[in-house]
Ligand binder design. Structure first.
Ligand SMILES: N[C@@H](CCC[C@H](N)C(=O)O)C(=O)O
Length: 292
């Protein structure tokens, strides 16, 4: 049966999602994975990297659920968290500039930076990175050890990667120049079906520019190449520190295709802090396909 669903389209550095407000209205949708595929389609839908639900929470102020373009559900989304924070604050779903957002990977504290009544920047405490092989997960090896500079050979070419989970899994490859990185080759091969990554992986390429700056490009699990990935930006800084390319406790500017994020992995808390923009693109009503 066709439904008419009010939506807001938002982006963080060009990583755009269709946001549904399930706090102020009830969402009676039989399949969110199917809806995510429909809205993400740029020709028969709206066009996006996926679907994000803003829901009531029993343990935090609001709850976020994120579905990739292919309908798969992810445990976390950095750009999504900043946009949910902006939406929640501007629609008075919360009554303070600092509040908690529940995700499938735990509660994250968000703080909105308000200028002239608008939320221009958002800082999110992304929590501790997960570094144990078995928890990321990466198959083989010792499940309790970290995965740093691990060798991987693809079609007779040797690569090395470091793996980090920010609630969702990331493999980081360091390159001299991100624009020359084998993003299509390794992204398509590793992201969704490679046996080394039983839950799939977000495939990132990192180029060090200075002691406080990196370039980062990503092929996301479930969505392909996107202009930015917040959890990936966090993982790129953690991996840079694990590989001893940059030092800890320095705010690092991560240059993504769609703009910049500031990321800091703090040694006092072991938490990763992310600061960056969140933008509203448009609002509207989506007419679902009948198969939903
Ligand atoms: N773009 C997101 C991450 C979205 C989920 C990811 N594709 C996954 O499947 O883990 C971000 O900003 O973090």
């Amino acid at each position: 049966m066709e439904q008419k669903i009010p939506f807001t389209k938002m982006h963080g550095l060009g990583n755009c999602y269709i946001y549904l407000d399930g706090v102020t209205r009830k969402l009676s949708i039989p399949s969110f994975p199917e809806l995510s595929k429909q809205v993400s389609d740029p020709y028969k839908g709206i066009g996006s990297d996926g679907l994000i639900l803003i829901l009531p929470s029993e343990q935090a102020d609001v709850k976020m659920r994120i579905f990739n373009k292919d309908g798969s559900e992810a445990m976390n989304c950095g750009n999504g968290l900043r946009c949910v924070a902006k939406y929640a604050y501007e629609h008075q779903l919360v009554d303070s500039d600092t509040f908690f957002i529940e995700t499938l990977s735990g509660n994250k504290q968000a703080r909105v930076h308000v200028i002239d009544g608008n939320v221009e920047q958002v800082t999110v405490d992304m929590g501790e990175p997960i570094l144990e092989r078995g928890k990321i997960p990466v198959s083989g090896g010792n499940a309790e050890e970290s995965v740093i500079r691990e060798k991987l050979t693809v079609d007779d070419v040797d690569y090395s990667f470091t793996a980090v989970s920010m609630g969702n899994p990331h493999a980081l490859f360091f390159v001299d120049e991100v624009d020359q990185a084998p993003i299509h080759r390794l992204g398509a091969l590793l992201a969704d079906t490679h046996p080394l990554f039983p839950n799939g992986v977000n495939v990132g390429f990192v180029q060090k520019r200075s002691d406080s700056e990196v370039n980062y490009r990503v092929w996301e699990r479930g969505s392909g190449i996107t202009q930015a990935c917040g959890t990936g930006a966090c993982a790129s800084v953690v991996a840079s520190i694990l590989e001893e390319r940059i030092t800890r406790d320095v705010p690092v500017t991560v240059h993504l295709e769609g703009g910049d994020l500031t990321i800091e992995w703090r040694s006092d808390t072991n938490h990763v802090m992310m600061t960056g923009e969140a933008k509203t693109i448009c609002e509207g009503v989506f007419f679902t396909n009948e198969c939903l």
